[in-house]
Design a protein around this ligand. Structure first.
Ligand code: SF4
Length: 425
């Protein structure tokens, strides 16, 4: 017992300098000490400390989510500007060694609510590579009702891999379907058909993974309202819990851009968006974020971490994270990543930056921002701010009970409204 008390005292000494401002608790040593003290709080009264009061002081913002990037793809889609590369075993072999190093160096053992493995195409990994990946994730201290998502392409959803997912705590799968329109799929450099998708979804459900998201891309050049209606009907018939929608934007460095393909007209894009919102509602999907719809209770906990401006780790090549008040993106160079030089760009946030992020990200949610939370988090009175007052006066923001939000009929033009929030301070 004496040994345990000595160890506790040693950890208390380590954190003593940061007690007045626990948000300064940045180093791994301090974080580990805080974790130790929290885990052994039962011993605190034995050295004359009142546990509740003391633990309160240590309750600074902790990361709740982890994103892991797997940058490999089998083929490259013509519209894609994500960080990805062709799958080569020569890279994937070393990739997991570096990923593991980065994870061990940076993760401090916080209790994590959501994990998201994205890409690229994580499902492309061979079973033995998936096992290496899950060996890393097995070290995550997962909260009891965690959400653990992996992105999949339809071809990769095979029994052997689904079993590995299930054995390794995956409870949500996000599938990039995009469309069922054969012509558009060809122009995207993708392929699958409806029956195949249905079969793969059944396979996931057989393994009790029924929290499934499917991605829909609309406004692809050349598509019509009728095409979108057909896609929506097929999407609804799949009976999944969550649908993410993306209006296609032709970004530089994509094949579409290089081939000089042009975006569709804004009026048509707007008409398509309105149709999606209407149809989703009719089919029981709750519109909870600008582009995301779910059966109530199946909102993406992981993405809500981003929209709630909460801290999260990003591991892997080009992964972004937000830890200890720093937003960062890892290196984009595979050579550097494999040489364990993980750092890319970093941005340390000022108080103004944090509030602007909170507003811009939070306004993506249809319910908007909880005013009391904002006020207590930043010691401000949100509604007293001149910019906010002006936006409310113009009807571009509305107060609905405890929330400040963009009126539903203005969500399509939210970017113009959000621009004005950039000057908030
Ligand atoms: S859209 Fe997905 S599958 Fe297609 S190239 Fe981009 S990351 Fe790879």
């Amino acid at each position: 017992m004496q040994e345990e008390l000595d160890k506790l005292k040693k950890n208390l000494d380590i954190i003593a300098p940061i007690l007045d401002d626990p948000k300064k608790a940045k180093t791994n040593t301090i974080k580990k000490s805080i974790k130790y003290i929290k885990e052994n709080s039962i011993l605190l009264p034995l050295i004359g400390i009142e546990p509740n009061e003391y633990l309160e002081k240590l309750n600074y913002a902790e990361a709740k989510a982890i994103y892991i990037h797997i940058p490999f793809c089998k083929s490259l889609c013509t519209y894609c500007d994500f960080s990805k590369m062709y799958y080569f075993q020569k890279y994937s072999k070393k990739y997991f060694d570096s990923l593991s190093k980065e994870f061990n160096q940076r993760y401090n053992g916080e209790e994590i609510e959501t994990v998201y493995i994205g890409g690229g195409t994580p499902s492309i990994l061979k079973p033995e590579e998936l096992k290496k990946l899950f060996k890393i994730t097995s070290k995550i201290n997962l909260k009891k009702d965690y959400e653990f998502t992996i992105e999949c392409n339809i071809d990769d959803i095979v029994e052997e891999k689904v079993k590995i997912f299930k054995e390794n705590k995956i409870n949500r799968v996000s599938i990039g379907i995009q469309t069922f329109n054969k012509k558009t799929l060809k122009k995207m450099n993708r392929s699958h058909d409806y029956n195949e998708v249905l079969e793969k979804i059944e396979l996931l459900k057989k393994y009790e993974i029924d929290n499934i998201n499917i991605d829909l891309i609309y406004a692809f050049p050349g598509t019509t309202i009728e095409d979108l209606k057909k896609d929506l009907n097929l999407f609804f018939s799949l009976n999944v819990k969550h649908i993410s929608t993306y209006s296609l934007m032709i970004e530089p460095h994509t094949m579409l851009y290089i081939n000089k393909v042009k975006n569709i007209k804004e009026e048509l894009d707007c008409e398509m968006y309105n149709l999606i919102c209407l149809e989703m509602k009719k089919h029981g999907y709750n519109h909870y974020e600008v582009s995301n719809f779910s059966i109530p209770g199946y909102e993406s906990k992981h993405n809500l971490t981003y929209w709630n401006n909460e801290e999260y780790y990003g591991f892997g090549l080009s992964a972004s994270g937000y830890i200890d008040n720093i937003r960062y993106t890892n290196t984009l160079s595979m050579d550097k990543y494999l040489a364990n030089e993980f750092d890319g760009v970093k941005e340390e946030l000022t108080l103004k930056d944090k509030m602007v992020y909170e507003l811009i990200l939070g306004m993506r949610k249809i319910n908007g921002i909880n005013i009391l939370n904002f006020n207590s988090k930043y010691n401000r009175s949100l509604l007293e701010n001149e910019i906010i007052k002006e936006l409310v006066k113009k009807g571009n923001l509305i107060v609905d009970e405890n929330y400040l939000k963009i009126p539903y009929n203005k969500i399509y033009v939210q970017n113009e409204i959000l621009e004005e929030l950039l000057d908030y301070e």
